[in-house]
Design a protein around this ligand. Structure first.
Ligand SMILES: Cc1cc2nc3c(=O)[nH]c(=O)nc-3n(C[C@H](O)[C@H](O)[C@H](O)COP(=O)(O)OP(=O)(O)OC[C@H]3O[C@@H](n4cnc5c(N)ncnc54)[C@H](O)[C@@H]3O)c2cc1C
Length: 472
């Protein structure tokens, strides 16, 4: 990177917070993503305020330098790996938190992760009820940029559902505020859909291509202390799917619903069963692991009874093993993919959403494909919103075996195409999804027009959404 640019960056943030050292850049060339090529950026800068982010983007625009915003670096699909010659903007120094108890909302800087916020809210008997399995690393802003989900989403939806407004620095350095706080006189965040179109939504799941989120305002809730943990057995996927739909329909309040195919559950429990204290059991073909959470005990009692009644009505039986859902829920800040590291494997992941009634379709596509490509894999998932179910198939490979890894990559690519045909959708447009999309031209063209209007020099995260950015 031109020394003039480096000096300008130093003038904004100070010498200690700009680096072009190779060993430092190496850390920014990669992320938690496995099996994605690393790319060394030219420099990294660590701003401490929104104003500094703004000044940095003005410099990047002036010199047409590609920019990659980075928060926790925990994304799994190569999203945060920079472009060659890029400037990485590390946002972890934006650490403000402001709680608005009367508005039941909170505003956090882009550097705040889920674990840190939870610790603070817990002291006030509050919570942000969505926990990605990477909560101790993943930032809330980073999760908004990918529109992630996690434990709690079965009731509260993906993270985007909880966002009330964003502070964003646009590629030209302009700072905008969305939601009710766009009115500088507002007492805090209380309404997302203020002042016309949902500008907030433009940045949710955007992977940073339209600007840098510097603050996120979110809904928070009184913390639940009453939980029912149970497992329900079914002979067919269709029975389990109906059970899940009926539980939602009857406003039972499950904060966690996961449907497990028998062989997947065996595989999963082999990794974490002992740790969770799950007793040995002959699991049925399909098991639903469910946590109902309530503020009041009387509500919990009635939901528990209703869930059991629906289970039997749909042809299932109440298994009564609580350790599985309890283990998952108690481990919610680090559980989801952590179990995948148990044997030291590497894996590629393929997040997507389906409807609960289509739960069986992903399974039906996945197993034959794994056989076809000769790879080992599995999937788990959870109800992720009003009528969606979040799946995350993982394809394992031996990192020392190049052939094994290329088989995993090829299987991953093909699975996207087949899942798209089943009607599955991603929550963000990571590159591998664009490969699989074949029938959405007007939508992609509109995104491309938006990108050109907001970022005419194409500096923000180039290549992150191939197809809308021309060159990749
Ligand atoms: C063990 C493990 C478990 C996981 N479990 C889950 C899970 O349950 N649910 C889930 O959703 N994800 C999960 N993930 C994936 C990952 O943690 C999430 O995608 C996470 O939200 C990313 O946040 P981050 O702060 O690490 O973002 P990064 O990895 O730093 O960035 C992610 C993307 O957002 C962009 N970006 C980052 N910050 C900003 C910003 N402030 N403004 C604009 N763009 C930005 C980046 O350029 C990149 O494209 C898991 C990952 C691991 C390693």
């Amino acid at each position: 990177m031109d020394n003039v640019v480096v000096q300008k960056l130093i003038a904004i943030v100070g010498e200690d917070y700009v680096s072009t050292r190779q060993d430092v850049l190496l850390a920014y060339s990669t992320s938690a993503s496995m099996s994605y090529d690393t790319v060394l950026p030219d420099a990294v800068v660590l701003p401490q305020s929104t104003e500094q982010v703004s000044e940095i983007l003005k410099v990047a625009t002036q010199y047409k330098i590609p920019v990659t915003p980075r928060s926790g670096g925990s994304s799994l699909q190569g999203e945060v790996i920079p472009k060659e010659g890029a400037l990485v903007i590390d946002l972890l120094r934006l650490t403000e938190i402001e709680v608005f108890p009367d508005l039941r909302s909170v505003t956090v800087g882009a550097g705040i992760n889920f674990g840190k916020l939870d610790k603070l809210l817990n002291k006030q008997d509050l919570w942000l009820p969505v926990y990605p399995g990477s909560s101790l690393t993943a930032t809330i802003a980073g999760n908004v940029a990918v529109n992630g989900s996690g434990f709690g989403s079965s009731q509260f939806g993906c993270i985007g559902e909880l966002v009330l407004g964003l502070e964003v620095v646009l590629p030209n350095g302009e700072i905008i505020q969305t939601g009710s706080e766009a009115n500088p006189n507002a007492p805090g965040p209380f309404l997302r859909y203020a002042f016309g179109p949902d500008i907030t939504g433009l940045f949710i799941g955007s992977l940073g291509v339209f600007g840098i989120i510097t603050k996120v305002s979110l809904k928070i809730f009184k913390r639940m202390h009453h939980f029912d943990y149970n497992t329900y057995g079914f002979n067919t996927p269709q029975e389990a799917e109906k059970f899940v739909i009926q539980c939602k329909e009857n406003e039972i309040s499950p904060v966690w619903i996961a449907i497990y195919e028998g062989r997947i559950l065996d595989f999963f429990l082999e990794m974490v069963g002992e740790e969770y204290g799950v007793p040995k059991y002959e699991w049925p073909p399909i098991t639903v692991s469910m946590v109902i959470g309530r503020i009041r005990e009387d509500q919990l009692e009635s939901d528990r009874a209703e869930a059991q009644r629906i289970c039997v009505e749909e042809g299932g039986h109440v298994i009564g093993i609580a350790e599985l859902p309890k283990g998952e829920w108690d481990d919610r800040m680090r559980e989801l993919a952590r179990s995948s590291y148990v044997h030291g494997w590497h894996w590629r992941i393929l997040y997507h959403h389906v409807t609960p009634s289509q739960w069986h379709r992903t399974i039906e596509e996945m197993w034959p494909l794994f056989d076809e490509f000769g790879v080992l894999g599995h999937t788990a998932g959870f109800q992720s919103d009003h009528s969606s179910y979040n799946y995350y198939p993982q394809i394992f490979f031996d990192p020392q075996d190049a052939e094994d890894e290329s088989k995993a990559k090829a299987a991953h690519k093909e699975l996207v195409k087949r899942l798209f045909k089943t009607g599955a959708v991603p929550f963000k447009l990571a590159p591998y999804w664009v490969d699989g999309i074949t029938e959405m031209e007007p939508y992609l063209n509109f995104l491309k027009d938006l990108k050109e209007a907001i970022d005419p020099n194409g500096i923000m995260s180039p290549g992150t959404i191939p197809g809308i950015e021309g060159e990749d």
